[in-house]
Design a protein around this ligand. Structure first.
Ligand code: FAD
Ligand code: SF4
Length: 334
């Protein structure tokens, strides 16, 4: 690990000012915020991240979980994953978020990991994490070792010829189904970005993963008011029951009324280059009766653009089944 300057600002303004000195907020950033450190420090030990300055933001007043001005919930950027998962309002109104968080990592990691850090966790593609291999995300233009290499865990939706890495987060899948908004502050002011727009597909620039610019600090994530009468489910399929990333996951928020699906949000994890909102599945479901044949059609629609690589074709069927199962579970909880 290279040497670096370590600062501990006590105001948001100071933190933003430090980070604004970096030429990029994406791969290769010279200044990085650190929150729980469970992603960043790992990547620094591997020389994948080599910031010259680390800005410890843990003293900033950003860990509250409270009602938002629009009747939803505001989750501070520094709220720990374990606190969010156990929060009474989350358990009552947004259980899919609690389920997703509790399916991730381990209790110790969740005690450290923060809401914003989780939003910005990096892919687990083995070649990204190993500097001996070519990786366009880590070193633009160097090539992609995964396309003809070990790609069993990687994406089948949103891929490009330059990168097929998966966004590995569970939290972000639930936040996508809940239509969360990310609140960002910089020296230019505050802005709000819907989570669906926040992440970028890799295209020819996989080193750019989201809309963040130098000096941007995520301050909170806001959730809209819960949909009255809706039920939700997070289903995660993985190689072992704990301490493992998703091969495929599905977050569902569904409201059935008068025998028809009135409100439906479908988000997928473990299969997309970003937390994947399936508008195709939603379109196939809304207004229909919630039965298995409709669920199967929706799952087929969700995977119609899937492009598997050499080792991960099994994810197409696994993901279809996870969608059907998660929809069925949401109906049973209704
Ligand atoms: C062994 C292991 C197993 C895991 N298993 C899972 C799993 O099953 N499912 C899952 O979803 N996750 C899993 N994770 C990932 C874990 O959830 C993330 O490491 C964690 O959420 C990151 O949060 P953090 O606060 O520690 O981030 P940090 O490491 O502190 O930061 C991560 C990134 O976010 C940036 N950042 C942090 N806060 C802000 C902010 N407010 N504004 C702007 N930038 C910010 C940092 O600069 C850094 O680039 C696992 C991790 C490990 C090590
Ligand atoms: S899939 Fe993406 S992260 Fe993995 S080696 Fe290829 S470019 Fe790098």
């Amino acid at each position: 690990m290279d040497s670096f300057i370590f600062t501990q600002p006590t105001t948001i303004g100071q933190a933003i000012e430090s980070a604004a000195k970096s030429p990029t907020a994406q791969q290769g950033a010279r200044v990085r915020f650190v929150a729980g450190g469970t992603t960043l420090i790992d990547l620094m030990k591997l020389n994948v991240e080599r910031p010259q300055e680390i800005v410890d933001i843990n003293a900033l007043p950003l860990n509250r979980i409270e009602p938002s001005s629009t009747g939803g919930l505001a989750i501070g950027a520094l709220a720990r994953n374990s606190d969010v998962a156990r929060h009474p309002t989350v358990l009552r109104d947004y259980p899919v978020l609690s389920q997703a968080l509790l399916s991730g990592a381990s209790p110790q990691l969740r005690n450290m990991a923060t809401t914003a850090g989780n939003l910005l966790q990096r892919t687990r593609c083995v070649y990204f994490r190993d500097t001996a291999h070519a990786c366009n995300k880590r070193e633009p233009g160097s090539g992609c070792s995964a396309i003809d290499g070990h790609n069993r865990m990687l994406a089948i939706l949103g891929t490009s010829k330059d990168c097929i890495a998966t966004n590995p987060s569970d939290q972000n899948v639930a936040l996508t189904a809940l239509e969360a908004t990310i609140q960002i502050q910089s020296s230019k002011g505050k802005r709000s970005v819907p989570i669906h727009d926040f992440y970028l597909e890799p295209g020819s620039t996989p080193n750019r993963e989201n809309l963040l610019e130098p000096g941007d600090l995520i301050t909170s994530v806001t959730l809209p008011p819960p949909v009255a009468g809706a039920h939700s489910t997070y289903l995660k399929l993985r190689d072992r029951a704990a301490y493992e990333f998703a091969l495929a996951s599905a977050a569902i928020v569904m409201k059935v009324s008068g025998g028809k699906i009135q409100h439906i949000r479908v988000a997928l994890g473990g299969v997309g280059t970003k937390p994947w909102r399936s508008f195709e599945a939603e379109q196939a479901l809304v207004g229909r009766a919630p039965d298995r044949a409709v669920f199967v059609k929706a799952a087929e629609a969700a995977l119609s653009d899937a492009r598997p690589a050499s080792e991960n074709a099994f994810k197409v069927e696994l993901c279809r089944r996870s969608i059907v199962r998660a929809l069925t579970m949401s109906t049973m909880s209704a």
